[in-house]
Each structure stands twice: as structure tokens, then as C-alpha cells.
Design a binder for this molecule. Sequence first.
Ligand code: SF4
Length: 359
Amino acid sequence: MSDTATLSAPEAPVQAPAAKAVRNDWSREEIAALFDLPFTELVFRAAEVHRTHHRAGEVQLCTLLSIKTGGCPEDCGYCSQSVKADSGVEATKLMEVQAVLQSAAQARDAGSKRFCMGAAWRNPKARDMPAIIEMVKGVRQMGMETCMTLGMLDEAQAAQLAEAGLDYYNHNIDTSPERYGEVITTRSFADRLKTLDNVRGAGINVCSGGIVGMGETRADRVGFVHALATLEHHPESVPVNALVPIKGTVLGDMLADTPLAKIDDIEFVRTVAVARITMPLSMVRLSAGRESMSEATQALCFMAGANSIFTGDKLLTAANAGDDADAAMFARLGLKPMEGEEPLRAMKAVGGCSGGCAA
Ligand code: SF4
């Protein structure tokens, strides 16, 4: 056959999940057994799940802007924005609303469908909320989805953001419950879950994932996926980050000169694949660490079920693959930017999925 058009991948329809396709009763043993599968078998199974529920040739483009950088009182061991880190990151004030909207317009013009805004806070203060609300409303008026990550939220703040029309709230669980206290001491794993409850209770979509490559064990990665996959409602979005070790941070200094500094690519892809299998309807987001991954590793991640990336040169304070590099990679891999609704949200819009769905 010489006509290459006839060889292009057919657009498989996204199917409603079969009964029990979405489970939140995963045991740690089951998740560990998935991690232990031969690599090609694991990726094959993840790809099957992915193709059943998602358009496998499409990847959603999101842009992340730091609207308030540095000076954060929390002590997350991976973060250059903590006051405890000696990373040279300067603390800034909250950006003006108009400047944020200008950045959002640029992101939209570059093809982003979602604009994520991050502030280095333990939690937003009452005085910050009016500007935050203006940002959410303004970005939504541009036709983009909105996501914010502002630290801990109480019920009233979550309700205010829901009222403004916020689509997603990001609040990562970071790592396994057991490892949490070794990475962060200024808040607890239970604090994290409380904010996720407040966000969910307000009707905002949940974005929650974590970071691998922080020197954790395979058992911690199992515990991390288990904590997310056994939530009563799976997060609509699950970012999987590879640690970018930054000099001056606790983990950056500890890991920079050790073989653990960069997670093994195969183990990273395994984590993506297990997240895809255990949370079949969620968007699995390739986040920090992508700029140091080969295209081949990223291609394996897309094969294993990752279907969203952050675009632009920066992810908060860390370097990211730039728009040009991503466009070239998409062309080489034959991927398209995602258009339209995510499968999970589309299913919710028509009254929920057909059986056993935790969403
Ligand atoms: S990760 Fe967020 S909460 Fe933790 S120190 Fe950095 S900005 Fe603060």
C-alpha cells in the first residue's frame, strides 16, 4: 500500500468503562504485583487500558505560571521556593491580575487548553482571595480551563474558588504516607488529604500526584499510587513528576552526586503505567523532570498512558522542555494536541459512568 493516509492510526472511540473497570479497592499487593510485571507486559496492559478510555494519539497541553514565587514557609525537601532552601530563588509578591491574564493569553495562543497558576504559600490568606478570584474568572473568559495550586485550602476558600468557576485544584500527596514525614515536616499527610476533601466537597476537579526519584523505595512508589488509587474518587488528574534535584534544597543536595539523583527511566515508565492501570479514567500528567528525559522515554510514557504535559520553558522555577522542542517531538511521534473534553469529565457531564465508577 503506498497511500500513507490509509496507514494512519484510526481514532479509537473512547468507551464508557465496563462495570468494575474503575476500582478504589486496590490492595498494596496488587499494585506491587503490577510494578513487578515484565516491563513490556506492564506497558502493554497499560496501553490497553489507555486505549479503552482515552484517545491514545492525543496529549493535552497545559501551561503553568508561578503567580507568586519563593518565600514559602513550608519545608518541602525538593522545593527551591521554601525559605529553608538556599537556592537563590527570590521571593516575589503576588502578580498583578492583568499580568497573569496576559500570560494566559499567550499560552492560549500557543495551543494550551489549561492554564495552571501556582503560588508558593502554605495557604492563601483572606486578603489574597479577591485577586485570585479575578484571575480564575479572567482565564475562564478566555475559554481556557483553570487550575490553581495555592497550598492548603479550608472549606470556605474551596467554596469561593468553586463559585469563581475554578475547574481544577492541584494539591499533590507527594509520596507514600510512610515517607511523607521524611520529605516535609511542616504539615502532615492527613493535612493533604483534608484539603483534597475540601476541594472535592466544593465540586472542583482534583489534580493530585507526586514526585518519584526522591530516594524512595519501590515500596514507597507502590504506597504513593495506592494512596491515590484508593481515594473514594480518583483524582481527575494525576501528575507524575521526576525529581529535578536543585542545589540548595535538602533533597537536591542529598541526591545531586549520587546514582539516585535521577530515577531510572524504566522505573519511571513503570510508575506511569501502574498509575494508568489503577486509575483508568484519570489524566496522567508528565510533569517536572521531562526536560531531562529522552524522547524515547517520553514516548514510552505516552504508550504507557501519560496523556498530558506541561508546555513552556519553565515549570515554576525548574527548567522545562520548550514549546519548539515539544512541537518537534509531537511531529516525530505523530501525536496531536488534545482537543475537546477529557474522557472523565465528558462522562461526568452525562451523568457519570455506567458502572462501578469511583468518579
Ligand atoms: S512545594 Fe509548595 S508548599 Fe512546598 S515549599 Fe514549595 S512552594 Fe511551598
